[in-house]
Design a protein around this ligand. Structure first.
Ligand SMILES: CC(C)(COP(=O)(O)OP(=O)(O)OC[C@H]1O[C@@H](n2cnc3c(N)ncnc32)[C@H](O)[C@@H]1OP(=O)(O)O)[C@@H](O)C(=O)NCCC(=O)NCCS
Length: 309
């Protein structure tokens, strides 16, 4: 049996930090309102000349180093992003070029907004299990600050920029155990960017808690596991109250949840690999543990992935 194993992680945040107090000077808001409603205290914002592929490159270089491989060993690149550098070429091709990879491996983007990383991870896993790829770079990279209306206090306080990357390699031991993905396009207007981000915050909140609880339950049931078997929940970081509600329904205590939303805000497809890298590098995530990831995003798309680390 072929599995995909994560053998290296990396992440990158732009150097500029925008705190809630900075936002008080831009829109009619307060630190207390933002922090109490979302758990966000600050977020990183890309420089004018910094694009999704630049953040992706820095995160990828760290993941490649952590995995102990050379870039040339990567035979597939998948970039999950909803804020690409340009309409085309795709961010994965731009990244392949910046990494100097010339081995002819495939490269493409996945657009599933905040659900993008779990979609990309599942796609990479299918390529590896199907024998079509051996070493895959999966990246979530976003510059959502470019898609915000900085006069709209209901949205501009919630999002941030960043990138996270993982290297997956085929292995005879698990690995990614199971993934479940879903979408429901009938809710496409509840959260969208046309061209700036707008949403029905309360409806998104309720929908997110419902589908995230359902999909983590679906993944656990598939493996005959319960919340007690999960060592670390690495959720999409949109809002601390969504994270807490999902963890509670799952029966996982908050000290087993990796939380970065206070420092990063919602970085869309980048949020899970950013949180994952933090918990791998500080030693929380260890070999043999059960890691559960879940995400929901505009579309709507949602999904969960269970990994034996
Ligand atoms: C957006 C969100 C934080 C708003 O919190 P909420 O408790 O639902 O707040 P409401 O939308 O009911 O707004 C309450 C009041 O605060 C005001 N408000 C909105 N944004 C504000 C801000 N940044 N600062 C101060 N006040 C604000 C509203 O205008 C409203 O005022 P009113 O009562 O006079 O009309 C919350 O709904 C949420 O997190 N939703 C999910 C969003 C999300 O995660 N999206 C991405 C999913 S991938």
């Amino acid at each position: 049996m072929i599995y995909s194993k994560i053998i290296g992680t990396g992440s990158y945040l732009p150097s500029k930090v925008l705190t809630n107090y900075d936002l008080e000077k831009i829109v009619d808001t307060t630190h207390d309102w933002i922090f109490s409603r979302s758990g966000i205290a600050e977020r990183h914002v890309a420089a004018e000349n910094e694009f999704a592929s630049d953040l992706a490159l820095q995160a990828s270089l760290k993941a490649i180093e952590a995995a102990g491989i050379t870039a040339d060993e990567i035979d597939l690149i998948i970039v999950a992003t909803t804020s690409p550098d340009m309409h085309f070429p795709g961010s994965a091709c731009i990244l392949q070029g910046k990494l100097g990879i010339k081995n002819g491996g495939a490269a493409f983007d996945v657009q599933a907004v905040c659900g993008g990383f779990v979609y990309a991870l599942n796609t990479a896993d299918m390529y590896i299990r199907g024998g079509q790829a051996k070493t895959v770079l999966v990246v979530g990279a976003e510059v959502l600050s470019r898609m915000l209306d900085w006069n709209d206090r209901t949205t501009c306080v919630l999002f941030g920029d960043g990138a996270g990357a993982v290297i997956l390699r085929s292995s005879d031991k698990p690995g990614i155990v199971v993934a479940k993905l879903h979408a429901d396009g009938s809710h496409r207007n509840m959260l969208k960017a046309d061209p700036t981000i707008s949403m029905d915050g309360q409806a998104v909140f309720k929908f997110a808690v419902k589908v995230l609880s359902d999909v983590v339950e679906e993944v656990l049931e598939d493996q005959k596991l319960t919340g007690a078997d999960i060592d670390w929940l690495v959720p999409h970081q949109a809002n601390i109250r969504i994270i807490e509600a999902t963890a509670k329904k799952l029966g996982v205590s908050m000290d087993k949840v990796v939380v970065t939303v206070a420092q990063h805000g919602n970085t869309s497809a980048a949020s899970i690999p950013l949180a994952l890298d933090a918990a791998v590098r500080d030693g929380r995530i260890k070999p043999g543990q059960n890691i559960l990831m879940e995400a929901v995003g505009g579309g709507f798309t949602w999904g969960a992935v269970l990994i034996k680390w």
